[in-house]
Design a protein around this ligand. Structure first.
Ligand code: G
Ligand code: MN
Length: 407
């Protein structure tokens, strides 16, 4: 279901861009083409250029093929109208040379003595019209119009082809990502990592962590990025929250559940639904928020947080001390908990600056009535210092790795 919904979104995006580019092309295309007339008969070139000029064309005239080649190099005409019989270089040779270098230029050949062999050569060269002299004004206009439409088609084919390739390429990549994402959802499972109380060492809660066995999307960040690219963040969020809640629905006692939210989840109605599985156990659930930069894009953030609290949820600021999860979010969100990022926790026993920062963050959190979880505790030395610095809860490989629910 998810895969279909997401690929639909992507298709919309691609066709939108495709239409934009195509309309851009049609704006650029000229209305009336530029025509180069090559004939050693000045009375003919005069007549022809008058007719075509009146029809709105820009007309260039040369009396021989050598001059014509220079004119083509300098002014790139759309149509070449050339006499077959000329001194030095014949119109056929000229046409052949031009078509080889500029395949989009349309060639019309004129002759006073039509022969089968010259007509055959004209066809081989790809001349689109063969006018036998004398010709009428309507015959000339018709030949030019046909050449113009061929020219427009050739131009469109040439410019649209790379665009089409690009669109196809993107569609193929999206389809591949879509398949990988669907399979990640199929093999999705939740790992639970214990969070311990510092005062008595008891398990206070478990953090639910996304896991999948899809090799193309090996880590949780890969799955999340795919969801973002496929515009399926809400789909993923709903599945994660329902799965995370499962073991807790029948669990006795007061063990809490910590669940990570993507900032986009805050825009999903399902999160606020009184009927959703997670809402059923809301008074035991802490929702973790991270990425201050994206949180700022949620227009009514404070209001949405208030609605979550009204449903019974508590809120934690995740990854405090890393990247964007800035201190000011404590003032805006007024979380029940903050989680110190493991980059601050790592080696805190040997780094007085980290220790000082944590001490300040703990004091600040406590002043704002928030409790503090230290994440990523890996050594007994780190643990000892974190306890001394006043952290209320500890989480990390030292104390318990994320694992399948042992229920
Ligand atoms: O963004 P968040 O803090 O929710 O990410 C937690 C991640 O950190 C999980 O993927 C979890 O597996 C991992 N993790 C948990 N404890 C430790 C730890 O002690 N050390 C390290 N390096 N990673 C940890
Ligand atoms: Mn987390």
């Amino acid at each position: 279901m998810t895969a279909i919904a997401s690929s639909h979104h992507t298709r919309d995006r691609i066709s939108l861009r495709f239409e934009k580019e195509v309309s851009h092309l049609s704006i650029v295309r000229r209305e009336k083409g530029r025509i180069l007339v090559v004939d050693d008969d000045p009375s003919l070139t005069l007549l022809v250029s008058r007719i075509l000029g009146r029809a709105g064309h820009e007309v260039l005239v040369t009396s021989g093929a050598e001059e014509a080649l220079i004119a083509i190099r300098d002014s790139e005409p759309d149509i070449l109208l050339a006499d077959i019989v000329m001194p030095n270089i014949s119109g056929l040779e000229l046409a052949r040379a031009v078509r080889q270098k500029h395949p989009d230029i349309q060639v019309i050949l004129m002759t006073g003595e039509p022969t089968l062999s010259s007509a055959t050569t004209a066809v081989e060269i790809g001349a689109c019209r063969y006018l036998s002299k004398p010709f009428s004004r309507p015959q000339l206009i018709a030949a030019v119009e046909r050449a113009e439409s061929e020219r427009a088609k050739a131009e469109e084919r040439r410019t649209a082809l790379p665009l089409l390739r690009m669109v196809e390429d993107e569609q193929r990549k999206t389809a591949e990502l879509d398949a990988a994402f669907s399979s990640a959802l199929d093999s999705l499972w939740m790992a639970y990592q214990p969070i311990f109380r510092t005062d008595n060492g008891a398990v206070h809660a478990y953090e639910a962590l996304l896991r999948s066995s899809e090799p193309r999307l090996p880590g949780p960040p890969d799955v999340l990025r795919a969801a973002e690219d496929l515009q399926a963040v809400s789909d993923l969020g709903r599945i994660v929250r329902a799965r995370a809640a499962k073991p807790f629905e029948t669990l006795e006692g007061r063990t809490n559940l910590f669940v990570n939210l993507h900032p986009k989840d805050l825009l999903d109605d399902d999160l606020f639904s009184p009927l959703s599985p997670l809402t059923q156990i809301a008074n035991r659930v802490v929702l973790e928020l991270t990425e201050r930069a994206s949180l700022e894009e949620i227009p009514d953030l404070v209001d949405r947080i208030a609605r979550l609290r009204a449903l019974g949820f508590q809120i934690a600021i995740d990854d405090l001390g890393a990247g964007y999860a800035a201190v000011s979010s404590i003032a805006i969100i007024e979380p029940e908990l903050v989680k110190l990022d493991m980059s601050l926790v790592r080696g805190v026993n040997a780094n007085p600056t980290k220790a000082r920062i944590i001490r300040h963050l703990v004091r600040m959190a406590h002043d704002a009535s928030a409790l503090v979880v230290a994440e990523g505790v890996e050594t007994t030395e780190e643990k000892a210092v974190l306890v001394e610095l006043g952290c209320d809860f500890l989480q990390g490989y030292l104390l318990g790795r994320p694992a399948k629910w042992q229920g």
